[in-house]
Design a protein around this ligand. Structure first.
Ligand code: GH3
Ligand code: MG
Ligand code: MG
Ligand code: MG
Length: 371
């Protein structure tokens, strides 16, 4: 909270009689007054006053009222002072001199010999100005504070709008936006771009058997695994119910296939702690790369989706890569790429063959260890 003016006045007057008169009149009117006999000795008190009022005589030896006024304004410009209302006392009544005083930064002036009523009236005006300035400053601070709070809130809302509540991963909306950005970069730079569509196998059975809460734990654990597998430039997120999407910039389908396969194997190896029971699960992955034939991000997603369905059809818990228009191949074990006799055109990852353990793992929900 900004302090309003506390009725403090610094009087600077070299003439002792006038100084004492000012002191008495102002104190009688209820002001707290400090009086100084020259400009130099008033500088420090003005400097430490913060906001307040100065009444200074123009004609003084060494630092006169005009100079003191200029110095005060300079200190203010350096942000060293609060608001200072400066009244210049002057015997000069010529208009040019009054203008000179106001140009030096005085807020008001009083010609000597002054009238007591006029002095107090002008001091009251100064007090009103100081209070208004303090209010304005306070209002500015309040507005700035409110703006900062709004920015934090907007940021939070933006985060919420982009984040999936259950897994804390980016949501579908956010994924689409980022995919479009990555797509544009890939087009501009001529880089590769691949994506992996990942779907939890037979997830409905988990829900139906153990309930939705256990299903949620499994979803979260798989999401963690997806997150752990993402490198810095990769985009990941929850694409739908039990589907996740990974977008790999500057990565070929073959390399994305290897990464997806590693992720698939790691999910299959999970023992998900769901309190009283431990659940195992598996995922099917479909991989596709942006090619001359995929004109828009949607087509890339469709291709990855088709590969994911191929993985489901061939027994689940496996990774399939789109190797040519409408053609897919299963990715072999991690690090093992066995070359088939006749790879179709564009094939980058070799067929690993139908996985014997796929059935065991995909039915792992039924194979759950109760603890
Ligand atoms: P498939 O291997 O063919 O993918 O079989 P599936 O059972 O995984 O597929 P299906 O589409 O039949 O079922 C998906 C289930 O995922 C149904 C839905 O209730 C569940 N699901 C979607 N979102 C959530 C969620 O946030 N929490 C839980 N617990 N379940 C969810
Ligand atoms: Mg004087
Ligand atoms: Mg599923
Ligand atoms: Mg699904």
């Amino acid at each position: 909270m900004i302090e309003t003016w506390d009725r403090r006045i610094i009087v600077v007057e070299d003439d002792e009689l006038t100084r004492k008169l000012l002191l008495r009149q102002l104190e009688t009117a209820g002001y707290t007054v400090e009086a100084y006999g020259d400009g130099r000795s008033a500088l420090q008190p003005i400097n430490t006053m913060g906001s307040g009022m100065v009444i200074a005589d123009w004609s003084m030896p060494e630092v006169d009222g005009l100079e003191l006024c200029r110095m005060t304004r300079e200190m203010q410009n350096m942000q060293a002072l609060g608001n200072i209302y400066f009244i210049l006392l002057t015997a000069h009544s010529a208009k040019t001199e009054i203008v000179q005083g106001l140009e030096a930064g005085a807020d008001d002036y009083l010609t000597k010999p002054y009238h007591q009523g006029e002095l107090l009236a002008r001091v009251r005006v100064g007090g009103r100005m100081l209070r208004l300035q303090a209010e304005l400053l306070q209002r500015n601070i309040d507005v700035q504070k409110a703006n900062a709070q709004m920015a934090v809130l907007a940021n939070k809302l933006e985060m919420q709008a982009n984040t999936d509540g259950l897994t804390a991963l980016p949501n579908r909306r956010c994924l689409f936006e980022r995919l479009e950005e990555a797509w544009k970069v890939a087009e501009r730079e001529g880089h590769a771009l691949s994506c992996v569509m990942l779907d939890i196998d037979r997830f409905k059975i988990v829900n139906d058997t153990y309930g939705h809460a256990v299903g949620d734990v499994v979803l979260k654990r798989v999401a963690e695994c997806v997150r752990d597998h993402a490198r810095r430039p990769d985009l990941i997120g929850r694409f739908g119910g039990e589907e996740f999407l990974l977008v790999y910039p500057v990565t070929s389908a073959a390399d994305a296939g290897v990464l997806a396969e590693k992720l698939r194997a790691d999910v299959a190896a999970l023992r998900i702690d769901c309190g009283v029971l431990t659940v195992r699960t598996s995922v099917s992955c479909g991989v596709a790369e942006k090619t001359a034939g995929t004109g828009i991000p949607d087509e890339l997603l469709r291709n990855a989706d088709a590969m994911m369905y191929a993985a489901k059809e061939h027994g689940r818990n496996q990774t399939w890569v789109c190797v040519a228009e409408g053609k897919g191949q299963q990715v072999g074990e991690v690090g093992v790429i066995d070359t088939p006799g006749e790879p179709p055109p564009g094939a980058r990852v070799a067929r690993g063959g139908s996985r014997g353990d796929a059935e065991t793992l995909q039915s792992a929900h039924a194979d759950t260890d109760h603890e």
